[in-house]
Design a protein around this ligand. Structure first.
Ligand code: ATP
Ligand code: MG
Length: 232
């Protein structure tokens, strides 16, 4: 199923942030959103997930209009969300965090086996409080929490943030492998060059709430071009 966004304007308390955003993500694609701090990347994912009501525009997934639905309904449609900063419940155990993901996710199927296969640490640390884990382990938990709900579309906000470089690489590879194995469509936000180049099939660059460029192939492989949208 494809994600199709047209004429999207959204902001906070009347302050416009996203301006006439239009793009599509095809079934099974991995698409990156790149851009500097404060340009509206998180706002875009929140609008897609139904956590922020747009002023205007349409967000359709598999033909269903998402803008009139709450975040719970998005999860039921098969959309998983890994928020920026992870937002795991620190006082709950790893298992309890995953149970939250299961309860908000689709009813028909869960994916504990696959989550534990990709992130065995989550099974080993099942009874540990999430807040005591490292940044990288919490990121795996946040991804696992979204995955147990059996999503077809995964929205991931800056998976590398606060994660040590060796783990960043493995999380990048895991996300790609998950997409390959399950056909999961991934829309992710990043500012880390190696994650963008290692994960994305193509990218949209965003600046001041507007999509200003689309990069794929040689442009995506070109460090200098990407840095234009990342380095101040
Ligand atoms: N809840 C909020 N209320 C009011 N303004 C907000 C809110 N959240 C974000 N903003 C503002 O909206 C703009 C876009 O923020 P957003 O979080 O989408 O940026 P971002 O591209 O994700 O940045 P970063 O790379 O730092 O995560 C910023 O100017 C920010 O200050
Ligand atoms: Mg952000």
């Amino acid at each position: 199923m494809s994600l199709d966004i047209t004429g999207l304007n959204a902001g906070y308390d009347g302050t416009p942030i996203l301006r006439d955003v239009e793009f599509s993500v095809d079934d099974g694609e991995i698409v990156g959103i790149v851009g500097r701090n404060g340009v509206g990347k998180t706002t875009l994912l929140k609008a897609i997930m139904g956590l922020l009501e747009p002023e205007t525009g349409r967000i359709r997934y598999g033909g269903e209009e998402l803008t009139t639905m709450g975040a719970d309904e998005h999860a039921q449609l098969g959309i998983g969300y890994v928020p920026q900063g992870r937002d795991v419940f620190p006082d709950l155990t790893v298992r309890e965090n995953l149970l939250v993901g299961e309860s908000v996710g689709r009813d028909d199927e869960t994916r504990y086996e696959q989550v534990y296969e990709y992130f065995p640490i989550l099974e080993e640390r099942a009874d540990q409080k999430a807040g005591t884990m490292s940044g990288g382990q919490q990121q795996m938990l946040a991804i696992g929490r979204a995955l147990v709900g059996d999503p077809d579309l995964l929205l991931v906000d800056e998976p590398s943030e606060g994660v040590q470089p060796s783990i960043v690489q493995s999380i990048t590879e895991d996300l790609r492998a998950i997409s390959d194995e399950f056909g999961t469509t991934i829309l992710f936000v990043e500012q880390n060059l190696s994650v963008i180049q290692g994960l994305a099939d193509r990218c949209y660059a965003i600046d001041h709430g507007k999509i200003v460029d689309e990069l794929d192939g040689d442009a995506l492989a070109d460090r200098g071009q990407l840095e234009e949208y990342l380095v101040v």
